[in-house]
Write a protein that binds this ligand. Structure first.
Ligand code: ATP
Ligand code: MG
Ligand code: MG
Length: 545
């Protein structure tokens, strides 16, 4: 799983290390806003930040970006930490951006003292309207030339609660005609009379992201601040803040990479929250959700997610990754790890007329056909077995080698079996098949060397256990413009018959259902008496690595 190829971020780090910029240290951070559950896009950022730190013997912080005085939900914080740990990472420190409010305020005062920030009385609308466009410079605020003393006093009054929301803001004094609109005197503090989950009512002025983030990084001694591409145009402001505040001699550097987008997958906390709130899904960890908790409950392994994140690499331009790649990663992780079990879908009963009625024997089957060391197990066989609906055709199509009247197949682990008669119900549906076995073929080979083309699997009808199997399709459908709509057929459940051992399956246990795919016993719905399985992924893929 070690990715030995270097990416452009590592090239930057290598250069820094060669020059000794940070004394050879690498310190990254993962900075979620605790306003929802993490999704597969965040997994990319987590894997990137933590594995870069690991690769260079450095450190990585988990930092809650809680500079908005929104009500932070402890449920989200708990979920975020569970997700990071599940992915296999451990943070150096757990930090809260709001713990730095004093230092951020100090930094703002420093800018004011240097004549690099001013209090503006214009409304948000006025500020937006005077920002200019890509082709036209902005218009300077009439309050731009306030004196340092006046600004210090007004900012203190803002902090002391003398003004209402939106009455005044603090702006960086940079350049209203900069070609980069982010540099046209951006707002760095706003008034917001709300209670903050951490600092309570201590503050009614809150720093804006572009001002707060570089300071958070600098305070923690972050060396390389990795973020997504939409912040590329903000980088000059990131650098400006650190340089003009000047408290940190060796400021961190921002590096942007492309957001992860996966086909048919919605990666936006806000939109995912709406699905939860509207009851479209059964919570954030619904197995169809692209949240890390949903993916976990669906049955994906942390190894498969790390592999996925490492294989897709780090890009400098926005890209769309095929969801088949994610499925490929979990399939190839599970194929050598989990044991197989016989499970029958759309069962058809076969009555074996030349097998003793009251007899039951055990037959041997492999636990994992790729990995002989995983051994074998014994499963019951008797004169009544179930086979998959898909393994029988009354009138076979061309090249159909499974069971049909008059044909002989191998029943894996047991005997060669021939179908002699189809018994119907009154409505014409199949009631059962009457079959015979060849007792000389026990174990699945014929002493006379005759070959059969089809191999099918079975469960013993007398000892079979019923399980609930949930199959999933995409939660969201995407049209040609990339617009999402809810797939009305994203989940289907069926009752299947399984070999007896699945009656003992524990929540979270994974299996290959022989010839069907990979499944996990649902961690919430599986009980001692009822087994509910989620299909993780099918066996075959149309997607080629
Ligand atoms: P969302 O729009 O889903 O809320 P966000 O970027 O606002 O995403 P944050 O909690 O601020 O969510 O993100 C924490 C970190 O995860 C940030 O560094 C962000 O850049 C990164 N991140 C979020 N989405 C993706 C993605 N799709 N691909 C890569 N990194 C991502
Ligand atoms: Mg964000
Ligand atoms: Mg967001």
């Amino acid at each position: 799983e070690t990715n030995t190829s270097t990416n452009f971020i590592e090239n930057i780090i290598d250069e820094d290390n060669a020059k000794g910029t940070y004394g050879g240290k690498v310190y990254t951070r993962f900075p979620p806003e605790p306003n929802g559950y993490l999704h597969i896009g965040h997994a990319k950022s987590i894997c990137l930040n933590f594995s870069i730190a690991q690769k260079y013997g450095g450190k990585c912080n988990l930092r809650y970006d809680d500079t908005n005085p929104v009500k932070e939900d402890p449920e989200y914080v708990k979920a975020i930490e569970e997700d990071v740990k599940w992915l296999g990472f451990q943070w150096e420190k757990r930090c809260w951006a709001s713990d730095y409010f004093d230092q951020m305020y100090e930094a703002a005062l420093e800018l004011i003292r240097k004549g690099k920030a001013y209090v503006d009385d214009q409304s948000a609308d006025q500020i937006r309207e005077t920002r200019g466009t890509l082709t036209e410079p902005g218009v300077e605020s009439p309050f731009r030339s306030r004196t340092v003393e006046e600004n210090l006093q007004l900012f203190e009054e803002m902090k002391d609660g003398k003004y209402g929301n939106g009455e005044k803001v603090l702006r960086a004094k940079i350049d209203m005609s900069s070609p980069n609109i982010n540099m046209r005197d951006p707002v760095i503090y706003r008034i917001e009379h709300s209670t903050h989950h951490n600092t309570g009512d201590a503050w009614c002025v809150y720093p804006m992201y572009d001002f707060a983030h570089p300071i958070e990084d600098a305070i923690e001694g972050i060396t390389h601040s990795i973020c997504t591409l939409e912040f590329e145009d903000h980088r000059p402001l990131y650098n400006w803040v650190l340089q003009e505040v000047g408290f940190w001699p060796n400021p961190p550097k921002q590096i942007e990479f492309a957001r992860l987008n996966v086909t048919n997958t919605m990666t936006s906390k806000r939109k995912l929250r709406k699905l939860v709130e509207d009851g479209v899904v059964d919570g954030w960890d619904d197995p169809r959700m692209p949240t890390i908790s949903g993916i976990r409950r669906r049955g994906y392994t942390p190894e498969s997610i790390r592999k996925f994140c490492s294989e897709i690499g780090v890009a400098k331009s926005n890209s769309l990754v095929d969801q088949g790649m994610l499925e490929h990663c979990v399939r190839s992780d599970l194929q050598n790890k989990v044991e197989s079990r016989n499970v029958i879908e759309n069962p058809i009963k076969c009555v074996i007329t030349n097998y003793p009625q009251d007899c039951q024997e055990m037959v041997e089957v492999e636990n994992n056909r790729n990995v002989p060391e995983m051994g074998t197990r014994q499963i019951p066989f008797s004169n009544e077995i179930y086979i998959d609906g898909a393994d029988f055709m009354e009138v076979p199509v061309k090249k159909y080698f499974r069971l049909f009247p008059g044909n002989e197949v191998r029943v894996k682990g047991a005997y060669f079996m021939t179908c002699n008669e189809v018994v119907k119900n009154e409505d014409g549906s199949i009631r059962e098949l009457r079959c015979t076995i060849d007792p000389a073929t026990k174990g699945g080979d014929s002493p006379d060397g005759r070959k059969v083309k089809g191999t099918i699997h079975f469960v013993d009808a007398k000892t079979a256990v019923k399980i609930r199997v949930r199959n999933y399709d995409n939660l969201m459908l995407q049209d040609e413009n990339g617009e999402f709509s809810v797939n009305p057929a994203s989940i289907s459940e069926e009752i299947c018959y399984a070999e007896p051992s699945l009656g003992e399956a524990k929540p979270g246990e994974r299996f290959q259902f022989f010839r069907h795919g990979y499944y996990i016993a649902d961690t919430k719905l599986t009980t001692d008496t009822e087994k509910v399985f989620n299909r993780i992924v099918g066996l075959k893929s149309s997607w080629k690595p």
